[in-house]
Design a protein around this ligand. Structure first.
Ligand code: SPV
Ligand code: MG
Length: 287
């Protein structure tokens, strides 16, 4: 597994794709992404639940372990609010590092959190000092210095403006955060680009441009301050689009004759399941 800190040292823009399962992780790796986002939103959606701290740490960890077992890419674990206070954070960091995460992203919202992109969502933030304590706890709890701690600033999401976002980003870097994720739900990149222009901290920034899709890789690179982009929920949205289309068509057509050639053959799924390895094992050992 590549160490994310070495990417940072090389000034690489790390492209991180959302995943909710080992299968989506394998597809992201084959597509050529650098890292995997173990997204809380995607896993919540997979369970048919809202992303409001309903998924437990155990559920998220279990999926993350399954993802780690099926991909060699570094995993950026979305630990939401860190599951409580600094005491919970220490426990969470030990668990996530042991489970194979390369990095965690922890957000400065109060538990239970409300998903960031929903219109009119209740967005309660922690006091800066309290979140600094949680970042310090995360840094102190990690076993390897290669394990990255990313502080996620939700001040723009909460409508508190750029000054508050900058104040928080500086405070969290002072507490030891390796990178700062600055999130925005504005429909254009303006708010984020204004933040980036004003950011004079040493920590590279992380963007999740879901709400402002015109923010391209080239545009992020041009700022010289973005170290990672997270394509935040495109795996689950792509899956929903595909299933909605195919399910509707099967009912409309009264059968699968129309869709059969439009989806991957079952042999492609066998390949992703590594059925050949099963056959080899059978040939070797079944007597
Ligand atoms: C997630 O994917 O779980 C995220 C990104 O935290 S967002 O849903 O945009 O908050
Ligand atoms: Mg999340």
């Amino acid at each position: 597994m590549t160490n994310l800190r070495s990417y940072l040292a090389a000034d690489k823009l790390i492209q991180t794709m959302a995943t909710h399962s080992p299968l989506s992780a394998k597809l992201a790796e084959e597509a050529g992404f650098d890292a995997l986002w173990a997204s809380g939103f995607e896993l919540s959606a997979l369970y048919g639940l809202a992303d409001v701290s309903l998924i437990t740490m155990t559920q998220h960890l279990e999926m993350m372990r399954a993802i780690a077992a099926s991909s060699s890419l570094p995993i950026v674990a979305d630990i939401d609010t860190g599951f409580g206070n600094a005491v919970n954070v220490v426990h969470a960091i030990r668990e996530y590092e042991r489970a194979g995460a390369a990095c965690v992203v922890m957000e400065d919202k109060a538990f239970p959190k409300v998903t960031s992109l929903v219109a009119g969502g209740r967005q309660d933030l922690l006091r800066i000092e309290e979140f600094q304590g949680k970042i310090e706890a995360a840094c102190a709890a990690r076993m390897s210095s290669d394990f990255l701690v990313i502080a996620r600033v939700e001040a723009l999401i909460a409508g508190l403006g750029q000054d508050e976002a900058l104040r928080r980003a500086h405070a969290y870097t002072k507490a030891g955060a390796d990178m700062v994720l600055i999130h925005s739900k504005q429909k254009t990149p303006d708010e984020i680009e204004a933040f980036i222009a004003a950011w004079d901290g040493a920590a590279p920034l992380v963007l999740v441009p879901t709400a402002y899709p015109e923010m391209t890789v080239d545009r992020m690179r041009a700022t010289g301050k973005v170290g990672m982009v997270i394509w935040g929920n495109h795996a689950i949205r792509a899956a929903v689009t595909a299933m909605q289309d195919i399910f509707a068509r099967i009912l409309e057509d009264g059968g699968i004759q129309g869709v059969d050639k439009t989806i991957v053959p079952v042999t492609e799924v066998f390949r992703l399941q590594d059925m050949n390895a099963v056959k080899d094992t059978e040939n070797r050992f079944l007597r």
